[in-house]
Write a protein that binds this ligand. Structure first.
Ligand code: AMP
Ligand code: GLY
Length: 430
């Protein structure tokens, strides 16, 4: 099979790694990729939003499967564009991608299909939203409707701050057109967790659950980031709760998409709050989580590329009945190494030391996934992004995986490198 992965982050490095090791993969391209994916396939300097150039590459190289990593090309219709030209795509159509690209669409979808969620209201006029926060009790969770690079959510109990954010969003000053409509929702207390499933439009296949750590500093302090680390499986999620999440959330989401006539072939990512009243959806994503992919994919044994292709070709059920795709029993811990200052401004071009060989692994069970890395004029690996790389360790227990991941991270460094020390350390209670 000839496969193209679209994107350049740690998630795409993990996708490329899992595809590269699948039997039957003859050749792999990554557009644009990063220095880590160079060791696995051919990096092609194409912008993920340049659909014509992607199609030309697919035609020129007889690529059979395109796996789309990030949400932006999906929201802009890359799956529709390529599928109309006869290419199999793992990733939903523009219609399906609205679950991530529009928070109000996602919330209305949850309400319509009886999927547990936080109570919400949608606003387009600032005076209506301001009236609402003056009457309804806080804290308020104020969300820009559109894609805002993970920065579109403000949680506050302060009426003045809420009003400032509402005005900033609805005037377009804070998030441009993404904030011209907002959702204000009920604040939920509980434990956050990620549930992902693969879907081919007819069947769904749940992946192991994971927990992301979104704040930049230990103890969940500091600003929100794209994710500083993850672990899987989750000792605090009982088998009964996992069943409930599958039945009341993932499966209902799948049925809702089917009912709405959306032929969804890709990942359904449900960002959950596990509350005392049961699990509720905070958000949907239409792609693998980052860093959840770096944590969950190493736990999957079996033909991953074949699995994605079976989703793209709507034959997931027959694929899983004749291929064994199983979650390894081992625990995976993934820790992100970020640049000083992230998620704000950070320096670029600082040399990274300590990654041996191709810079992709310390051993079969201690893997490196590059994200914000680049090469300087001398060809040295440098930090070029906020989240620079992640290390994942797979070990028989969570405790051992933590020890192993931090041991590996102690060997890697660049000036100002920062990582959380508490990924997977405390087991929360629901
Ligand atoms: P979202 O992009 O919708 O997932 O929101 C980003 C983050 O804001 C989530 O990961 C949660 O930490 C927090 N959050 C979002 N919605 C809520 C809510 N209704 N109650 C409490 N926290 C929330
Ligand atoms: N780790 C959260 C996300 O991928 O959106």
């Amino acid at each position: 099979m000839r496969v193209l992965v679209i994107g350049s982050g740690g998630r795409e490095h993990a996708l490329a790694w899992a595809i590269h090791r699948s039997p039957g993969v003859e050749k792999l391209w990554v557009a644009p990729g990063n220095p880590g994916t160079e060791a696995l396939g051919i990096n092609v300097s194409i912008d993920p939003m340049d659909f014509e150039a992607i199609y030309d590459l697919c035609r020129g190289e007889s690529i059979e499967l395109v796996v789309v990593g990030p949400e932006n090309p999906l929201a802009a219709g890359i799956a529709d564009f390529l599928a109309a030209r006869g290419i199999s795509v793992f990733g939903p159509t523009k219609g399906g991608a609205q679950l991530e690209a529009s928070k109000s669409t996602a919330k209305e979808f949850m309400a319509r299909h009886d999927i547990p969620h936080a109570r919400f209201k949608v606003f387009e006029r600032p005076e209506d939203a301001v009236d609402y926060v003056r009457c309804a009790p806080g804290p308020w969770v104020i969300k820009a409707d559109g894609l805002a690079y993970g920065k579109g959510v403000t949680i506050t109990s302060d009426t003045d701050e809420a009003i400032t954010v509402i005005s900033g969003m609805l005037s377009g000053k804070l998030h441009g057109t993404a904030g011209r409509r907002i959702v204000i929702e009920e604040f939920l207390e509980g434990i956050e967790a990620t549930a992902m499933a693969l879907c081919d439009g007819n069947t769904i296949f749940a992946l192991p659950m994971a927990k992301d750590h979104k704040r930049v500093f230990d103890g969940d302090k500091g600003p929100m980031t794209g994710g500083m680390g993850a672990y899987s499986p989750l000792p605090f999620v009982t088998p009964e709760m996992e069943k409930m999440i599958y039945r009341d959330i993932l499966h209902k989401t799948f049925l809702g998409l089917k009912h709405d006539g959306i032929d969804y072939r890709g990942v359904i990512y449900a960002g959950l709050m596990l509350t005392k009243a049961g699990p509720k959806v905070l958000e949907y994503n239409v792609r693998f989580g980052d860093p959840e992919a770096q944590c969950v994919l190493p736990r999957l044994a079996g033909d991953f590329a074949g699995l994605l292709m079976s989703c793209a070709e709507a034959r997931l059920e027959s694929f899983i009945s004749s291929n064994s795709i199983e979650a390894r029993d081992e625990s995976a811990v993934t820790v992100v190494m970020a640049s000083r200052g992230y998620p704000g401004e950070y320096p670029k071009g600082l040399p990274i030391e300590g990654l041996a060989g191709t810079g992709n692994m310390f051993s079969d069970d201690v893997l490196v996934f590059q994200a914000g890395t680049g090469k300087d004029e001398k060809g040295r690996l440098v930090a070029s992004g906020g989240r620079v790389l992640a290390v994942t360790a797979l070990m028989p227990t969570l405790v051992e995986a933590r020890l192993e991941v931090y041991d590996a991270l102690s060997k890697v460094t660049f000036p100002g490198a920062h990582c959380r020390k508490d990924i997977g350390k405390r087991q929360p209670k629901i």
